[in-house]
Design a protein around this ligand. Sequence first.
Ligand SMILES: C[S@@+](CC[C@H](N)C(=O)[O-])C[C@H]1O[C@@H](n2cnc3c(N)ncnc32)[C@H](O)[C@@H]1O
Length: 376
Amino acid sequence: MNIFEIPQGQFTLNRYPVRKDEQLQAWDAADEYLLLHLHEQSLLTDSSKILILNDAFGALSISLAEYAPCSVSDSYVSHQAIIENARVNSISPKQISIQNNFQSVSGIVDLLIIKIPKNLAMLEDELFRIRDNCDENTVILASAMSKHIHSSTLKLFERILGTTTTSLARKKARLVMCKLNKELKPGKSPYPGQYKNDVTDEVYLNHANVFSREKLDLGSRFMLEHIPQSNHYTNILDLACGNGVLGITAAHLNPMAKVLFVDESFMAVESARLNAKNLLEDDSHCDFKVTDCLQGIEDASLDLILNNPPFHQNHVVGDFIAWQMFNEAKEKLKVGGEIMIVGNRHLGYHIKLKKLFGRCEMIASNKKFVILKAVK
Ligand SMILES: C[S@@+](CC[C@H](N)C(=O)[O-])C[C@H]1O[C@@H](n2cnc3c(N)ncnc32)[C@H](O)[C@@H]1O
């Protein structure tokens, strides 16, 4: 189940977070196809300078670790997965340089490998960011499951990098091959973009990979009407903050409280930081942290947690991350501290909160969403 066999070797690869009875693999046929192609076309040499984008759990970075690649991902969880899978395979994590998209990559790369993300805005932003690391000799190779490669995907490669072709499908995966055209003048990345939050009449900036980047999410909108205000709050957490809309509204209502914004997406946390700076009179009581759920937050330190939980990890839908967040939230709340969440009615979060906290109160509901509160 977790043994990954490709021409580069045999590796043990786990998804992250590690779950009991995991039914899903840490790689897909697109990873296999790409690594097979590199081998068959003899595209790897000892001196190859390799840049990998969007490797979810390390299938690409671990398989190519002997070439000391640079692996760039917006996901902190993916960073942790690569480090953990390197450890499991006795690969020094120092062999892979793990970065986020805001960290620049120096120089021209010989081989650019892109696992095509499901969010096209993210792909567009990434292609702009790495264009300067390519020249006409750079081999640019992208892959995804065929159902995630659309004509709009290929047009992005054509418009930003250069001539683009695709392979035949293999196990329902395809490769995208591209050659840099130096003559192209593609302009600049249009991100961060912005939208007007018409509940608070504020303009929010959103980096390319931020949740609900183009407009205020309906669940978040509903939650905004119910953010509590109290003199007792000294520490508030916007858990899974996205662009920070919940925490910034809480900061307006509770100006004496410290507000911590956390998310596993570097682009989300950076957007929240930008928005707090632009929208709050004083953002010195705000703090920002990229982490997995509530990792690294002090136990029994929080008065209020606001949360619109994620319901998928990449292409996999599920409530396992929400569950992890609620469990950790309980540890991090003070006695008497509150967690308030918004979720689709059908997700049954009240059952989970009740199980953990003993009681769960419904603060509000509409046709689609419920807002729930539990107290430690
Ligand atoms: C439904 S969005 C909510 C965003 C924002 N709070 C709002 O209401 O617009 C869920 C957020 O969870 C984040 N997320 C997913 N997995 C996470 C994890 N393991 N730890 C922290 N944040 C995570 C996503 O990056 C995303 O920003």
